[in-house]
Each structure stands twice: as structure tokens, then as C-alpha cells.
Design a protein around this ligand. Structure first.
Ligand code: UDP
Ligand code: MG
Length: 310
């Protein structure tokens, strides 16, 4: 079947948002007059969202359910959406309606002007804690500075991508994913559209601090060697300090100074170096763990139920 637009919504325990999501997406997409589909990727929900998705799909053929065998994470759910998408333009949207479906029309407009990636930039953010907004803002700026790819700041996964881009992304099989970075990495003609990120319609965030930290680690390790370089840098700094200290201490001893005697000095030096070494080991470990995951080559996700019309 030929469809122009595929909307992908990853879903993890969003039962109270689903009907509204489908209704609003339908309203907006019908207004384009072009064929579209909505892929609801159930990322191992436990609150009955799964059954609700099945119901919605039975009632409306534009809704195509992809149901995971367990929770694989937001990024992987988006990836599954790419794999099942049939549209010429693919749009990723949050299921909690924080990304207003009406904004899709603005993304579509830019696509029709010839842009291949149209990402939505979060202007105002409503209904989120200051901590969330502050950590997110810090995160975007940190990533922008240290990664090799210029990932636009204040930009989430809400975006439209041309079929050409999605076909490239489908070939990128990395396990620890950061889709917005991947979509910046591929190049093509990109542009941002600013929108107002509103409060969730229902439910609570599925991104507690530890998940945000994981995502940040994926972004940093996936797109830069910066942490490894920091380890090298500290290695050089502490070695340099030690080399400088040797002649100074010898000189002071010759002059008869009693400084740098005793356990405390030794202890501090040992603890400092031990700390630097352990942190460097940890950083190496992050990269090696990721390599190990890649080497295992397990499937990225397991689908329990794929859309019938696949
Ligand atoms: N989500 C998911 N799997 C997860 C966590 C979240 O599919 O393990 C979905 C969630 O249902 C929502 C989107 O990802 O549609 C964004 O999550 P959320 O709104 O909780 O994040 P926030 O907007 O608070 O950053
Ligand atoms: Mg949200």
C-alpha cells in the first residue's frame, strides 16, 4: 500500500493518552488529504496499553500496532517504527501529546519545500519540573560541545524525515542508540521548526533521572571519544605534576626543608592517582561494554505481534 506519511509513536504505559493521540493525529493527518498511517509501538507496556492499541487498530485500519515482547526503551521503539514505516515521510512523535500533532503540518510544509530532515525545536516548555528543563538544557549544550556531529540544541525526537534518510538510518544497526544524533549524522538538507512543548495530557514521565543519564551516555559515547581524551589529558597532567615535583622536592631537601615528609602527602598522591586510574578504567569499561554488546549481535528488539498487513 502506498502511504505518504508514517507517524510513529513509541508507547510505554500511556493508556490514558492513546485515544486522544489517535483522535488528534487523525484530525491533523486527514486534513492533508494524503494517505497516512500511524504506527503505535508498544514498548512492553504493563498498564493495559497493549490491549488498547489492539482495539484502536481493529477499529481503524490506519493504526498499525507493533507490539514488543518486553520493554526495550524509547530509542529502540522508534527504530522499530522506522523498520515498519511505509511512508515517503516519516514523523516521530511522543505518545503523551507533549509534541502537538498540529505541528506536523508545519514540518510537512518544510518537507514539501525540499528539506529532508525537519526537526522540531522546543521553544517554550510547559508542565515540566525546573530540574527536568535545566538538566535537559545542560545535556543538549554538553552534547553539542563535545560530540563530533553538530546535534541541534533543544531538539528531541519529534521530527520529520524523508524516506531517503530513513533508508540510511535503517542500515545503522548500533545498539546503544541516540536517534536524534543519528539523524544529524547522516547529513542531507536539514532545518528546524520551533514549537511549544506542552504538558503531558495524562500520566507521568517515563524518563526518570537514571534513564536520562543512560541516554546522555549513549549520546556521548556514540558520537565522540571525548571521555577517553579526558582520561588521557588527566594522565598527562598528573604525570607532568609528578615530573615537576621531583626537582622541587630534591631542591627543598638540599636546603634542609621538612616539607613533603610523612604519610599524608603519600596518601593524597596515591588516592589521587588511584582515583584518576579508576575513573579512566570506568570510561574504558563503558566503551568496552558497548563493544561487547555490539559483538553479541543480538536482535535489537523482539516483536510479539507485527501489523497484519506487513
Ligand atoms: N517511552 C517508551 N519506552 C520507554 C520510555 C518511554 O516507548 O522505556 C515513550 C513514552 O511512552 C513516550 C515517549 O517515549 O511516548 C517519551 O517519554 P516521556 O514522555 O516519558 O519522556 P519525557 O517527555 O518526560 O522526556
Ligand atoms: Mg513526555
Amino acid at each position: 500500500m502506498n502511504v505518504t506519511y508514517t507517524i510513529i509513536a513509541p508507547i510505554y504505559n500511556e493508556i490514558d493518552n492513546l485515544s486522544e493521540l489517535v483522535r488528534r493525529v487523525k484530525e491533523v493527518m486527514d486534513s492533508t488529504g494524503e494517505p497516512w498511517e500511524l504506527i503505535l509501538v508498544d514498548d512492553g507496556s504493563t498498564d493495559g496499553s497493549t490491549e488498547k492499541i489492539r482495539q484502536l487498530a481493529r477499529a481503524d485500519k490506519t493504526v498499525r500496532p507493533v507490539i514488543f515482547a518486553r520493554n526495550f526503551g524509547h530509542q529502540v521503539a522508534i527504530t522499530a517504527g522506522w523498520d515498519y514505516a511505509r511512508g515517503d515521510a516519516v514523523i516521530i512523535i511522543d505518545a503523551d501529546l507533549q509534541d502537538p500533532p498540529e505541528t506536523i503540518l508545519e514540518l510537512v510544509k518544510k518537507w514539501k519545500e525540499g528539506y529532508e530532515v525537519v526537526y522540531a525545536v522546543r521553544g517554550v516548555r510547559e508542565g515540566e519540573s525546573w530540574f527536568k528543563v535545566w538538566t535537559a538544557s545542560l545535556f543538549y549544550r554538553l552534547i553539542y560541545r563535545i560530540t563530533d556531529v553538530k546535534i541541534p540544541v533543544d531538539t528531541g525526537d519529534f521530527r520529520l524525515m524523508d524516506r531517503k534518510v530513513v533508508n540510511v538510518l535503517k542500515q545503522m544497526k548500533e545498539r546503544h542508540r541516540f536517534p536524534r544524533g543519528m539523524s544529524a549524522w547522516v547529513g542531507f538538507k536539514q532545518i528546524g521548526v520551533t514549537y511549544k512543548r506542552v504538558a503531558r495530557v495524562a500520566g507521568v514521565t517515563k524518563y526518570p533521572f537514571n534513564k536520562m543519564l543512560r541516554l546522555a551516555l549513549n549520546a556521548i559515547t556514540g558520537f565522540s571519544y571525548f571521555p577517553l581524551q579526558v582520561a588521557t589529558f588527566f594522565g598527562f597532567v598528573s604525570a607532568g605534576l609528578a615530573i615537576l615535583a621531583i626537582p622541587i622536592v630534591i631542591y627543598m631537601r638540599i636546603l634542609g626543608s621538612g616539607a613533603f615528609f610523612g604519610q599524608a602527602t603519600t596518601l593524597i598522591a596515591v588516592l589521587f592517582l588511584g582515583g584518576v586510574q579508576l575513573i579512566s578504567l570506568g570510561i574504558l569499561g563503558e566503551y568496552i561494554g558497548r563493544l561487547y554488546d555490539e559483538a553479541k549481535g543480538r536482535p535489537l528488539y523482539i516483536v510479539r505481534e507485527a501489523p497484519e498487513d506487513q
